[in-house]
Design a protein around this ligand. Structure first.
Ligand SMILES: *Cc1c(COP(=O)(O)O)cnc(C)c1O
Length: 723
């Protein structure tokens, strides 16, 4: 097929690529990403790997000429055919197991969604989880619609000043240049809706994010019709003060329900991802009262429709508003409800009559949901203890269950690793892979979520130690070269007189330990440096060196978290750890993906039991990076003694100073007695057999277990289908 393309064929390909660019399906399809990257390699790198921006960068003329390259055109055609097949697949898991949800979908509300680095509208793990939930809902063919907010400046970008202090700046997120599209009516006009906030009727428009087969709608008040302070309401993720916060939450909850009604949707479940969305329940009550139900019956009917997932035992993670703020922010809205104000506030109180008790979004969500859950087994337990006083029943009977979080596997798997596994599966000389070829054909995306596939990791005939170790070297090198490039761009590294040669920074042979997450203080980023002299000794060991890569953002108002960052950067520049410790600025999904792939060990040392689940460690396993963590959140379920490393035991001192002391000592002990010796215990060919065996166990036992594929199926079976 070497004929040049006809004009009509070209038109079709161009239209297909444009459509593809505005569907996040490309996030988990390597071939699609490769096409856009090839169109503009620099644009791809500089503009957060954003296909929409790449297609703006490449002129219409260039695109048509590039597609005259028959090979390139054939690849584009193949990707577009895969994309169409994906969208039209009539045999998804939900067609078989949850078909009734296609008629009455699940409406999933979240204040943040982390889909991809090109759309930075997420602050951390909660948003990433919501994004991964939507991606797996798409893969499974779930009847699903997401609702969130479109933040014009997103979450902040991090820069470090000359005092090693975090500063924040914001990039405008231009809706025309990111993978979203405006929501239009049948005549092609923007759909504009309105919600009562304060004394005003505030208008909002809607951006649609296509996540494979499912839509996620983002509400946006930045319209000329609104007063300026309402235009600014959706500027930043968790921006402003508690007035901004309550108003954002009214928009999300009340505005979100109104949007679904405008789309003529009758969801079977309204799933509140964290308490931020809980005002949706008031709007459901209002709807029911408008059709004649009394307040009590409307509450009971609303309760049947709602599901609530709580995500943290950290107090500050539960929004509380004073009754004054409530009455100010909701005055016009509540007037439409014809329920006495006190009765509304009582819905957010543990003790309804205690007028000093603030209004708590979590309490509202718990009272108005048919079911509620935490995000790991331990977190379920902790949540039952935490909210027992709301129910006055024994802890075991508090109606909060759990579903452990997961990750969207293909979305997190680095290209290098996808290619590696794909080549393995297609290698016809590999008898062990034959089974998968017969079962899944070329449908590698299905194979990769299967436990059977990952259990093959235990079999050296499927993949040899030598191949695995070569892969690990490749990934470590990619991370180190990525880090050198980033550090070169980070000005603060060269402020000190002694010039660091970026191209020799970090050691590609050394045991590389990663730590990256939000710098919330309970995550104790600097814990390991409590053993400073010992850590220096470990790092400086010529035969068995260790090196650390840190990254993460502190909340703009969290000075303690910023001090942690400052302390670590200071050590990286001015201590005996210089050269063996670096801090990568501006942690985001892209940095996360590089780090979880390239590190050998993923360190996680939260103060137990505050890490409700944690997900970054789940992203590590499929790359052969092993967990080294406190037995909190998911690791308490995942770790079995053979598939990674644990810090301390399955209990913790209640005194936090004591816990810090015990954990830092245990961390260091495990590092020196187990992790380092095992990594450097090599055979004559330089292969660490014992290490690789542990890595195989880690892949075989963890990868397919901690996915959102498994998680969304659990939500479906346990909650979505139980209406
Ligand atoms: C995965 C991820 C998180 C969450 O990590 P935790 O281990 O749960 O703290 C936060 N931010 C980004 C960018 C991530 O990719």
């Amino acid at each position: 097929m070497n004929k040049p393309l006809t004009g009509a064929e070209l038109d079709e390909l161009v239209a297909g690529l444009k459509k593809l660019s505005r569907n996040l399906w490309w996030c988990w399809n390597q071939e699609a990403q490769d096409l856009f990257q090839e169109l503009s390699p620099r644009g791809w790198q500089n503009m957060f790997h954003n296909p929409v921006a790449v297609l703006h960068e490449v002129s219409a003329q260039e695109l048509r000429v590039r597609l005259q390259d028959v090979q390139f055109a054939n690849r584009a055609r193949a990707v577009l055919a895969d994309f169409q097949n994906y969208l039209g697949d009539p045999k998804t898991w939900c067609h078989l197991h949850a078909a009734k949800l296609h008629q009455n979908p699940v409406a999933y509300f979240s204040a943040e969604f982390g889909f991809h680095e090109s759309l930075p509208i997420s602050a951390g793990g909660l948003g990433i989880l919501a994004g991964d939930h939507a991606k797996s809902a798409s893969d499974l063919g779930l009847g699903f619609v997401g609702v969130g907010l479109f933040y014009r400046e997103g979450y902040f970008q991090q820069a470090i000043d000359s005092n090693n202090w975090q500063t924040e700046y914001y990039n405008a997120v231009d809706p025309n240049n990111v993978p979203v599209e405006p929501l239009l009516d049948a005549e092609g006009k923007r759909i504009i809706l309105s919600v009562e906030i304060g004394m005003s009727a505030v208008s909002y428009q809607v951006w649609r994010v296509n996540v494979g087969r499912v839509p996620v709608y983002l509400l946006d008040t930045n319209l000329p019709a609104n007063e300026q302070h309402f235009r600014d309401l959706t500027t930043r993720v968790y921006g402003g003060d508690s007035t901004t916060r309550i108003m954002q939450e009214i928009l999300l909850g009340v505005g979100g329900v109104r949007l679904l009604r405008a789309l003529k949707l009758a969801p079977s479940t309204f799933h509140m991802n964290e308490g931020h969305a809980a005002f949706l329940s008031l709007e459901l009550i209002r709807e029911k009262m408008a059709t004649g139900k009394n307040f009590t019956d409307a509450q009971a009917a609303t309760k049947k429709e709602c599901l609530f997932t709580t995500h943290t035992p950290v107090e500050a993670g539960h929004d509380r508003f004073t009754p004054d703020l409530m009455s100010y922010a909701m005055q016009r809205y509540l007037a439409s409800l014809s329920v006495p104000f006190n009765e509304i506030v009582a819905l957010g109180r543990v003790k309804p009559d205690d007028t000093r008790e603030p209004f708590c979004m979590t309490v509202l969500a718990l009272k108005l949901s048919r079911a509620a859950n935490g995000v790991s087994e331990l977190h379920g337990q902790i949540s039952r203890e935490m909210w027992q006083h709301l129910y006055n029943v024994p802890v075991a009977q508090v109606p909060i269950g759990h579903i452990t979080n997961g990750i969207h596997l293909l979305g997190w798997m680095k290209g290098t690793v996808r290619q590696f596994w794909k080549r393995k599966l297609n290698d016809s000389s590999n008898g062990e892979a034959k089974f998968f070829r017969e079962k899944f054909g070329s449908d590698w995306a299905s194979a990769v979520n299967h436990t059977e596939f990952w259990e093959k990791m235990l079999n050296p005939a499927f993949v040899s130690d030598e191949e695995l170790w070569a892969l690990r070297y490749k990934l470590r090198r990619e991370l180190i070269e990525f880090s050198r490039r980033r550090l070169f761009l980070q000005s603060h590294v060269v402020t000190q007189g002694d010039f660091i040669r970026f191209d020799s920074l970090l050691n590609p042979d050394a045991l590389t330990i990663g730590f990256a997450r939000r710098f919330a203080t309970y995550k104790r980023a600097p814990l390991i440096f409590q053993q400073f002299d010992n850590i220096v000794k470990l790092c400086r060991d010529k035969q068995r060196p260790v090196q650390f890569i840190f990254a993460g953002k502190a909340h703009p108002r969290d000075d303690e978290g910023k001090r942690f960052i400052q302390q670590i950067i200071h050590l990286s520049k001015f201590s005996d750890l210089t050269g063996n410790l670096i801090f990568l600025e501006n942690y985001d999904i892209h940095v996360a993906r590089q780090m979880v792939a390239g590190c050998d060990i993923w360190l996680n040392n939260p103060r137990r039991p505050l890490e409700a689940s944690g997900t970054s460690g789940m992203k590590a396993s499929c790359h052969g990076c092993m967990g080294f963590s406190i037995l909190d959140g998911w690791w308490r379920e995942g770790y079995d003694g053979t598939n990674g490393f644990a810090i301390s035991g399955d209990s913790h001192p209640s005194n936090i100073e004591e816990q810090d002391r015990v954990d830092s000592a245990n961390l260091y002990e495990t590092l020196t007695e187990q992790v380092v010796p095992m990594f450097y215990n090599r055979d004559a060919n330089g292969i660490p057999r014992e290490w690789l065996q542990r890595m195989r166990r880690s892949m075989a036992t963890l990868v397919s277990q901690f996915t959102t594929d498994r998680m969304v199926k659990e939500y479906t079976n346990k909650y979505y289908l139980n209406t």
